[in-house]
Design a protein. Sequence first.
Lengths: 880, 135
Amino acid sequence: MEFSRRQFVKTSAAAMAGAAAVGTLGALVGCDDENGGGGGGGGTTKDGVTSVTVCRYCGVGCGVLVTTVDGVITETVGDPDNESTLGALCVKGMHLASLLYCDGRLTTPLIRDDSSTKGTDGGLREATWEEALDLAAGKLRDTWKNDKSRLAFWASGQMPICEGYILSKFWKAGMLSNNIDPNARLCMASAVVAFMNVFQTDEPANCYNDLDLADVFVTWGANMYEAHPVLYSRLEARKNHGAGVKHYDITTLGTQTSKSADKVLIMTPGSDNAIANAIANYIVVNELYDQAYIDDHLVFKTGTENLGNNYDDTYDGSDIGRAVGAVTPCTFDVYKERLAPYTLEYAAELSSVSAADIEELAKVYADKNTKVLSLWTMGVNQHNRGVWMNHNIYNIHLILGKYALPGCGAFSLTGQPTACGTAREVGTFAHRLPADLVVNNPQHRRFTEAVWDLPKGYLDDELDDDDEPIPGTGIATPGKHTIRIFQDISKGNMDFLWSACNNWAVSLPNLTRYLGKGDQKGIYDTFIVVNECYPTLSTKYADVVFPVAMWVEREGAFGNAERRTLVFEQAVEPPGEAMWDLWVYLQMAVRVLEGEKIDGKDAFDVLFGFIWDKEAGDFVGSQREVNQRIWDEYLIFTNPGLKKAASDIDLDVDELFGTKNDEGVYTPSKLKMYSKQMAPYEVYLNSHGLTWPVREVNGEWLSTKWRFCDGKQEDGFDEEGIKMYGKDGKAGVGGISYYKSAGLKPSVVFRPWEPPAFMPDEQYPFWFVTGRLLEQWHTGTNTALIPALNNTLPDSYLYMNPGDFDAMDLKEGDEVVVTSHYGTVTVKATKQQRVECPPGVCFGTFFEESRLINLVVQEIYDPISKEPDYKKTTVSIVKK
Amino acid sequence: MTNFTENTQENEVTAAQAAVTASELTSSGPEEDVVISSYLVSTFQGETAQAAEAISQIAGVEVHETHDTTLVVTIEAPTIAASTKVATEVNLTKGVVTVRLIFANFEDDPIIKRQLEINRAKKVLEDELEKQQAK
Ligand code: SF4
């Protein structure tokens, strides 16, 4: 760089950071929004083009402005107009561009002719798109025609929204299969189930602004410093500037997050439900709850207990396995009685946290003048009682009337950039349809048929001679969840698997089984198709690899943890023959659905004719137009008034789904689809993201930051939602009205403590906890390729307690063999204190392909959410 | 085990986070390749001046402004990789709570430069082909 330019860039860099420090970065690098959000502003390069985008790494969803010169990204600036993150990025934001240009990018379709080469470095040959598509589509169609229970798609929380929507439509309406499930099953499923159980609507009521407003933060099983860095910076800023602001960290091991917390409660793995119940019990025993709020807002329930665990594959079908989700209404008094055994002392005994510390935390929660924000991630969700722990956090907040208020509430953080936007919102789960609808509800299926122009009943199961539905013939029965899919693959019960935007061969638990190690059969008999950008361990097991566009090589939209939907612009072209995933889905769909009819019309055209021209073999317009058309259709789900047929079902106009009382008075079943209202596509293009529900007020589309909390819509409150569906004058501050919950009342469900699936014993004396560290993200596919990140954290160490480490006479970097009930892996051990393990606890990250720690991780999952418990495998450790 | 109950920052550099050598960073001429980035560095109350002083000793780092407990910092380094190492070192400096990246120009990073060269050469070829086809 020439000296004068260098000076200019450096001066600009300092000016931008200076402006960010005082909140005026927007004025310096603000975008020309008339040109689709970007096109101007930002950057130091006169002839560069600036695009509005969002980081593709974690669930924080930081806004990024990228500058492109000659088709290459040369500069990034944190997007000051993105209200989620206000111009801040973490260190990974520096590497977003190089991620596109690393060596080894997949640019040509690949085919494996000899399946015995699976799992090796070789065996894949280059092919044309035509050949690869014909082969993969032929296998999918054959499987579909032969036995559609033997096919599956493994989707992702990294798949842009419109892509996930079309994929879900292809699977659910095109092939009438529910065997599609996202990798979010591995990280967010417990949170999703609890949201639906408690509020009957998914995703948090609170928002990131609460990090600037809370008086006390309580992190439960969340290492935000490493996994949600920009949010953690915001938390720290609040602590640093707000007088008396405190942070309590409840964790099984000391993390970088713990190091700056005011109080750290180190608990025995799996004891969090006991602590949470002891807090709730303290609140009820000392009558610190808000009785008026309880009377006005809440219902109480109990649920099935003594759930056991999935020690083998028969669990889901067993009596208890089928009953795990059942709940029964009860009174507040019964809830109190059930809490009674959870004294401070009992919780202390189970958790090793002192009774005094639990009491202190209970008092903090209960203090009427303190705004408390609970935050959690995988420590709570990846848990054999993860749904229950989500419930128990809500229970504390709800009985105190401390939820959905500015600076006060309970916030479940996500791990992937669009786990909310795609995996959860457009129906890529095995039991879901778009916009929180579920497959086993007839009204939800009718509504979906109306939006998708399908004949009434098209999505239902066929009836047998006795008029009984035949499960699996339509989509009225949920499909296979992630672990079931891979269990069936490993037993030879699946013929076709397709995956995109994930790396199952590294991220699944019990890889010993799925990768066929030792005497395990593995996945060799299944025909596997993988959409990928770089070679991964999953592509080593693929029969066909489709090379696809990455991040801003196409236009897309992500939805982050605070319900912010943001459209990112295409900034550069994909390399070689790599294509947009959406193009691949439609090329497959056109082949698979060849000759199929819906109501006498061409099935493909009914479903996808609005975006794909079969004659021309291409999209009907530009990427922008295609995304816009998809969004226009998806928009009907949350704006049913756009289509009369959908609106009629939303309002139950024909009186088909409601109930009649003894006097014959009919109460309609209203879906309240506007509760998740989205805005038209062009509104997103001209903004830097909006948090749903988005409301049109005086011609302007406005975000809702605090759902269910009354106040002016322009200030981020849920004025319009409450006007539409809620009730005024209910007890408590904030004019709260939980308008999506049945009877406007969320459920407090008593959830007990039950032990982990395995406890340390003589054979396996250590707890093994897995997680993420800052520089490496998930399975490393987006970070290990980048030398700067990989060199900073090149190895997946086993972090050990120094006493345990020394007792085994280990030296830094010595190899140890870690063995569990499930498998064995060799890793390097360390007693470095980046992660501070209590005695008997060890920790490992799962990014490293050559040291697959998931070979030993248990296959145990939460019986309700089916989310695996990655945090409590019991292992032995032996020096190699 | 460290006493976690106190508000302290351990700031140890792990084996995997080796410090950047001065030779990797020292600028020696006007035409050198350089990756320029800017950060907001949050510090603990009462430790800001000390942290600013320590950070400014790191090769390639300049502290431009202080806003309350937040420092405005630029980093100059020859590559994105070297720049990241410096940022890590800043993050691990005593008194620092977190660092937030605001801006990064990496047009001189070898990976980005290589891609620019490829794209420019491709453009020349495409233009040539177009000309020939027009003939
Ligand atoms: S990785 Fe997460 S915190 Fe870091 S820049 Fe990306 S979205 Fe923001």
